[in-house]
Ligand binder design. Structure first.
Ligand SMILES: Cc1cc2nc3c(=O)[nH]c(=O)nc-3n(C[C@H](O)[C@H](O)[C@H](O)COP(=O)(O)O)c2cc1C
Length: 207
C-alpha cells in the first residue's frame, strides 16, 4: 500500500487548491493508498531560521509542529504540495515547509546519507492562480524541483490551473477535478501519468 502525504498550503479551507488536494486524496484512497492530509495554516511552525543546527546531524533542532512531520515525510512514498499562487509564488506557509526541508538536504548532500527514509519518493504539485499568465507557475515549478529533490524525491507530475479566483470556482472548470482524482488513483496504483490528459509532466509541454 502506498503512503501519500498531502500538504495543503492555502489559508482558505475548501478553496480551489484545497479542493484539488481533497479530490486527489479521494482518488488515491479509493484506489487503496493510505493518505494523510495536513493543512499548513492549521499547524504551528516557523520557516527555517538558518541557525545551522542541522548542519552536523541532518536533524532540525527547532521544536514545533513540523517536528513529527519529518518522519511522516520519511515514510511517505509520495508527497503532494497543493498551493495557490500568491504573487507568482507558493504561499508563505508552503514556503516555510520547503525551507524546513533543509535538514533533509543536509542529510543527502552534506552527510551523504542517501535517500531520505531509504527510498526515492515522488513529488506532486497542485496549483491554481487567478490570472492566465504563461509564466504563472514557472518559478514555483523550479522551487518544487528543488523541494522534492531535498526530500529524496522527484517532481513527477503537476496540475496547474489558471483563471480561478473565487472560492470553489475550480468546480466550474470542466474536467479539472476529475483530472485530480485520476492522478490520485494513478499515484496509488503506480499508474501511468502520461495517460492523464492536461497534467504537467517533467520535460513535457503539456501545461
Ligand atoms: C495575497 C494574494 C496574492 C495573489 N497573487 C496572485 C498572483 O500572483 N497570480 C495569480 O494568478 N493569482 C493570485 N492570487 C489569486 C489566487 O491565486 C486565486 O484566488 C486562487 O484561486 C486562490 O486559491 P485558494 O482558493 O486555493 O486559496 C492571489 C491571491 C491572494 C490572496
Amino acid at each position: 500500500m502506498r503512503h501519500i502525504l498531502v500538504f495543503s498550503g492555502s489559508p482558505r479551507k475548501e478553496g480551489n487548491s484545497d479542493l484539488l488536494a481533497d479530490t486527489f486524496a479521494y482518488g488515491a484512497e479509493k484506489a487503496g493508498a493510505r493518505v494523510e492530509k495536513i493543512r499548513l495554516i492549521e499547524i504551528n511552525f516557523s520557516p527555517c531560521i538558518e541557525c545551522g543546527g542541522c548542519d552536523d546531524t541532518g536533524e532540525c533542532i527547532l521544536i514545533d509542529d513540523m517536528t513529527p512531520i519529518y518522519s511522516k515525510i520519511e515514510e511517505a512514498d509520495i508527497v503532494v504540495l497543493s498551493s495557490p499562487m500568491f504573487f507568482y509564488n507558493i504561499t508563505a506557509n508552503s514556503q516555510a515547509l520547503v525551507e524546513r526541508s533543509q535538514a533533509f538536504w543536509i542529510r543527502q548532500y552534506v552527510l551523504k546519507q542517501g535517500h531520505i527514509g531509504g527510498k526515492e519518493r515522488q513529488g506532486i504539485f497542485l496549483s491554481v492562480g487567478a490570472t492566465k499568465g504563461k509564466l504563472l507557475f514557472d518559478g514555483s515549478l523550479r522551487v518544487m524541483k528543488y523541494f522534492f529533490d531535498a526530500i529524496g524525491g522527484r517532481l513527477s507530475a503537476a496540475i496547474l490551473v489558471r483563471g480561478v479566483e473565487k472560492k470553489g470556482q475550480i468546480k466550474q472548470i470542466p474536467d479539472v477535478l476529475q483530472r485530480a482524482e485520476k492522478l490520485g488513483e494513478a499515484a496509488a496504483t503506480h499508474g501511468d501519468y502520461e495517460k492523464i490528459d492536461g497534467i504537467w509532466l517533467p520535460g513535457g509541454t503539456n501545461r
